[in-house]
Design a protein around this ligand. Structure first.
Ligand SMILES: [Zn+2]
Ligand SMILES: [Zn+2]
Length: 141
């Protein structure tokens, strides 16, 4: 894919990002932190390390865990992206792009943390918290 323009609600944080062609499309995260942070489930697409903010963008960051950092607009509060602390894995909110509907939702993570009062109609791959940590936990040797 080519670099896509994105921005926050007020427009102060403008950026470009290039989604990686990993075949899974966008992911939905139902973990408690993403739900508090985004006001819903967090729908994001993997953009590798391609995110480039405009120079004057008022980007705030919050270290939510030992491995993740969340970036948001300091002006309007929009949730923009989750990234690993080295900045190498940037998962951008699909809502920041002009057409969020272009991303097929291929996977739901932390499915065991999802409240019972909502569900996606799409039939997707799912992963529990334990499955996510098993996949991403650092492996020795
Ligand atoms: Zn903003
Ligand atoms: Zn999450």
């Amino acid at each position: 894919m080519t670099a896509l323009p994105g921005k926050c609600m007020c427009g102060a944080c403008a950026f470009t990002a290039t989604p990686t062609p990993d075949g899974l499309g966008a992911g939905a995260c139902h973990c408690g932190m993403c739900r508090k942070w985004s006001g819903g489930m967090y729908l994001s697409v993997d953009c590798g390390s391609s995110v480039q903010f405009d120079d004057d963008a008022p980007v705030g960051s919050y270290k939510g865990s030992e491995w993740g950092v969340r970036l948001f607009c300091r002006e309007c509060g929009s949730s923009l992206l989750w990234q690993t602390q080295d900045g190498q894995n940037q998962h951008v909110s699909i809502q920041a792009f002009e057409d969020p509907g272009q991303f097929e939702i291929g996977v739901q993570v932390f499915i065991d943390k999802k409240p019972d009062n909502y569900a996606l109609a799409a039939d997707t791959k799912t992963m529990t918290e334990a499955e996510v940590f098993a996949l991403f936990a650092p492996k020795d040797g």
